[in-house]
Design a protein around this ligand. Structure first.
Ligand code: C2E
Ligand code: SIN
Ligand code: SIN
Ligand code: FE
Ligand code: FE
Length: 481
């Protein structure tokens, strides 16, 4: 069959088909195209008719599709082929080909299925992406430890996003720095130095609370980890802030060693993955991580301590606001004596709890409007020991217990319960003693009214070096009063 041998009727039928139709003779020359096929081919009919296929499309005889055409040509049996076709302009389309043997050679009916194919690809991708999110969810609920979960979550994120490598950078609580919580897909190690918020691309992602893209890291002056990029051969970079409940926890960074297509669907998915990762991290920081659980416990304890202090006041064991005032005075004294923040925490907790042992003293003694007799005084002197017995098992209060235990020791060794002397008395207890007595004297007691300032100050000065640490008295007078 050649073009001349097609009847006018056949011809008009083929010509008007919506499907592309082409006929190739046994020498592999194109002998017929309908209009639709010419449209697909994106070449004029004259440039194709009479030409061998590989002259019109160099290299086509090397393709899998061509091998199938050969099979039809030889075996004379119809075939169906899904083929990705590259146009002369470099664009691609997907075609479903029905290849039939005809007397002159083969006839190809072709249908453009590009859109359908992309739709299938997209829904496959969506299923894959959903699966990634599910995997991340599972990692969250199964995790025991932040770094284990961060690593698992990052692995799923990187596979789901189709990138080569990535990191999770997390903000360190009290500083403007981020450290590497997980990295994945690196040949070597990620540099361990913390990254400052505000520096580099990761820093920008945090500051702008936006996805940051660098298509070519080699020419990106804002990216600072140059050695890493060179060593790993990373080409492009995407950084998404990890935001949970309005708080930026850090950055999810992904790297690719070749250019990466980032259509809007991919970027949207990247954003969703970052959201998941942020939830994972925040969940671990709140509930899972041992570190954080410990912190939570401490916060709960601090609330409990404040509650205890309040209870003492409600029972009239303490005059109103005494705990709060001695805590503030201790805080000022500690600061004036250059206490570290760790020592400060224990000083403050200890001050809040200093008379917790009075819980174990009967009201008849505690609230007596008169002088205590020997037996009552014996009982009263037990309150530091009671405090210790009450709290020594609470691990996080270990270092805060010095104050409840030793706040009635005196510099000259005449105090209780141990009769410790000078700097054998823990410093926090020496600091606290000045604050405590000062506030006690300035307050009404069941057994006497509050002392005026002059009288209280004279008492503190008179007992410098006998009751009180002289240095603490000096600091108190100079820096606090
Ligand atoms: P607090 O009332 O909180 O007093 C703490 C510390 O402040 C006392 O420790 C003492 O060093 C000093 N202080 C308080 N009021 C006076 C005072 O009027 N004169 C002098 N010189 N110092 C005072 P201390 O003595 O070890 O007492 C421990 C706790 O025993 C007191 O805590 C208070 O609850 C109770 N207490 C002490 N003396 C009496 C008393 O005469 N009658 C009653 N009912 N309770 C007393
Ligand atoms: C087309 O319909 O032009 C594509 C068929 C082919 O791959 O040659
Ligand atoms: C750094 O590389 O140390 C800063 C972070 C960045 O460039 O993304
Ligand atoms: Fe006391
Ligand atoms: Fe007190």
């Amino acid at each position: 069959m050649n073009a001349e041998r097609i009847t006018a009727h056949e011809r008009s039928l083929l010509d008007s088909l919506l499907e592309g139709c082409q006929v190739i003779d046994r020498d592999w020359k194109y002998i017929y195209f309908n209009d639709a096929a010419i449209g697909h081919a994106q070449q004029p009919r004259e440039a194709l008719i009479g030409k061998k296929m590989w002259d019109a499309y160099p290299g086509i005889n090397e393709t899998e599709m061509f091998a199938k055409l050969e099979l039809v040509m030889k075996e004379r049996k119809a075939e169906r082929i899904l083929n990705q076709f590259t146009y002369p302009d470099g664009g691609t389309g997907w075609f479903e080909l029905h290849v039939q043997p005809v007397p002159d050679g083969i006839l190809i009916l072709s249908q453009d299925v590009t859109e359908k194919h992309l739709a299938t690809e997209q829904s496959d991708q969506q299923i894959k992406r959903l699966n990634t999110l599910r995997q991340i969810d599972l990692a969250i609920t199964s995790g025991v430890d932040l770094s284990v979960v961060a690593n698992a979550v990052l692995g799923h994120a990187i596979r789901g996003l189709g990138v080569d490598a990535g990191t999770i950078l997390l903000r360190q609580e009290d500083s403007l720095k981020m450290s590497v919580a997980a990295f994945h897909g690196f040949n070597g190690n990620h540099p361990s130095e913390p990254i400052k918020i505000g520096d580099g691309l990761a820093g920008q992602a945090v500051r702008q609370q936006n996805i940051i893209i660098a298509e070519n890291l080699d020419e990106e002056p804002r990216f600072l980890r140059k050695d890493m990029v060179t060593r790993e051969g990373f080409v492009c970079y995407f950084g998404a802030p990890l935001i949970s409940q309005g708080k930026v926890l850090g950055v999810l960074e992904v790297f690719h060693r070749s250019p990466k297509q980032n259509d809007s669907a991919w970027l949207e998915f990247f954003e969703i993955v970052a959201g998941q990762v942020a939830i994972a991290i925040s969940h671990m920081q709140t509930f899972g991580g041992l570190q954080r659980a410990h912190l939570e416990l401490i916060l709960a304890y601090d609330r409990t301590i404040q509650g205890w202090a309040k209870t003492l006041e409600l029972r009239d064991i303490e005059t109103e606001g005494h705990s709060k005032r001695v805590t503030e005075l201790s805080d000022q004294l500690g600061a004036a004596m250059n206490y570290s923040s760790g020592e400060m925490v224990n000083l403050i907790r200890g001050a809040m709890l200093h008379d917790i042992g009075k819980i174990g003293i009967p009201d008849s003694v505690l609230l007596k409007p008169d002088k205590l007799n020997d037996q009552e005084w014996e009982q009263m002197r037990r309150h530091p020991i009671i405090a210790y017995e009450l709290l020594f098992e609470v691990d996080f209060l270990k270092h805060a217990l010095d104050i409840p235990r030793y706040h009635h020791e005196k510099w000259d060794g005449s105090g209780y319960p141990r009769g410790l002397e000078s700097d054998l008395i823990p410093q926090s207890a020496r600091i606290f003693a000045v604050a405590d007595v000062w506030d006690a004297l300035r307050s009404d007691r069941p057994y006497r009214p509050a002392w005026p300032v002059d009288k209280a100050l004279a008492y503190i000065k008179d007992n410098r070096g006998t009751h009180f640490d002289p240095h603490v008295v000096d600091v108190f007078i100079k820096e606090v009063l």
